[in-house]
Design a protein around this ligand. Structure first.
Ligand code: 2IP
Ligand code: CA
Length: 370
């Protein structure tokens, strides 16, 4: 079919657009959003970063849609697609509903009706959105992904972060771009991250990032932008990201607003301009796009699903994303399949240093650890 690449990265890219459409729909419907924001509990919550951690119906539905699409096109991957969220959400009368995307709109509608307390209109709109198919020419992407890729699917695992920066997504603020061309908070920092990795080596292989809230028109309607990259041995360097960036500007390091003052002070004293931005995926995307020189995080507040997609992009560009603090050495982050153990298993416990420039990764690692 024209505009529908047969590769895994192409499939993930088109699925990410269905996901972005759902994210925009849920966000523009205040009733939907207020009904379905739910607090995460126990091991599922990211308590090292947020006192309260939330998920939305959009998170759960997006994850199910992306997993379903990948499983439909690549049935051999059915058991190798992992997501940040579990697949249940509580409805208004306190009942847990497992979200399932069916083979037809009606099957999905039935499940969503239960989650939405029989609000048929909202459920139908979401069920239709979950089954909407896009073609590449409908996407805001700089390069069409290849029709095939050199991947051994028996070794492939996939991490999905359905909505990264859920807190920004829920608050819905909009902030102006800074002088370096990125946003420190707000809806622009929301991303959908789909990362492909090698289950044997733990290395990233490919990544897709969709930014659903990239631009707003005069009628305040949002449109998005998406990116993909391959970094498997045979296709490293194949991506839709800018290859050349203007290096003639201050060296900006982006950090979390929760980063320790001692760390940001030492980076500033070494001549870096240090700025904060929300969203681990968004900060890594800023690195991949060349808007910043590096992303530095000394804390254990990110997970495999936050980093795998952008990590693949940065590797495709010749850079890397490595552990930041000792006792971990200057080794790249790695990824493993989801098992029954809790979410902390997938935590990037020694933080992150990510840059398109390997010498920056080394320099910053030395600066923080010496
Ligand atoms: C969060 C989100 C946060 C980030 C945190 C992630 O993921 O990306 O913004 O904190 O590390 O786990 P910070 O913004 O300080 O970098 P989610 O929104 O999916 O829970
Ligand atoms: Ca996340």
């Amino acid at each position: 079919m024209p505009g529908v690449p047969q590769s895994l990265v192409g499939c993930a890219l088109l699925a990410s657009e269905t996901a972005a459409d759902i994210a925009r729909r849920c966000r523009s419907d205040t009733r939907l959003l207020s009904l379905l924001v739910q607090e995460k509990c126990g091991d599922d919550a990211n308590h090292s970063r947020f006192a309260r951690d939330f998920k939305t119906l959009a998170d759960v539905l997006v994850q199910c849609v992306v997993a379903k699409r990948i499983g439909q096109q690549f049935p051999e991957l059915n058991d190798s697609v992992y997501g940040e969220e579990n697949d249940t959400i509580q409805n208004n009368v306190g009942r847990d509903v497992t979200i399932r995307v069916g083979d037809t709109v009606d099957e999905t509608l039935e499940c969503l009706c239960e989650a939405l307390d029989n609000d048929l209109e909202s459920a139908r709109s979401l069920a239709e959105a979950a089954h909407r198919q896009f073609t590449v020419d409908q996407l805001n992407v700089d390069l069409v992904p290849p029709d095939s890729e050199v991947l051994d699917l028996t070794k492939v695992g996939i991490w999905i972060d359905p909505i990264d920066s859920t807190n920004e997504y829920i608050s819905g603020n909009v902030e102006a771009e800074n002088e370096f061309g990125f946003h420190s908070s707000g809806l622009h920092c929301v991303t959908i991250n789909i990362g492909v990795f090698d289950k044997e080596t733990g290395k990233p292989l490919a990544g897709v990032i969709n930014q659903p809230f990239y631009m707003r028109d005069a009628d305040k309607r949002w449109s998005g932008r998406c990116y993909w990259a391959l970094c498997n041995q045979q296709q490293k360097g194949l991506h839709s990201l800018p290859t050349f960036v203007n290096e003639n500007k201050p060296d900006v390091i982006v950090t979390s607003s929760s980063e320790c003052e001692a760390v940001t002070t030492s980076l500033r004293q070494s001549g870096y301009t240090v700025l904060t931005a929300a969203g681990a995926g968004y900060k890594l995307l800023c690195v991949a796009l060349g808007a910043v020189r590096a992303y530095v995080l000394t804390k254990d507040s990110t997970f495999a699903w936050d980093t795998c997609a952008a990590h693949a992009m940065i590797v495709s560009l010749g850079g890397n994303a490595c552990h930041c603090v000792r006792p971990a050495g200057l080794e790249p982050l790695t990824y493993s399949p989801k098992t029954l153990s809790g979410n902390r298993t997938y935590c990037n416990a020694a933080g992150i240093i990510a840059s398109r420039h390997p010498q920056t990764v080394q320099k910053v690692h030395a600066l923080i650890n010496d």
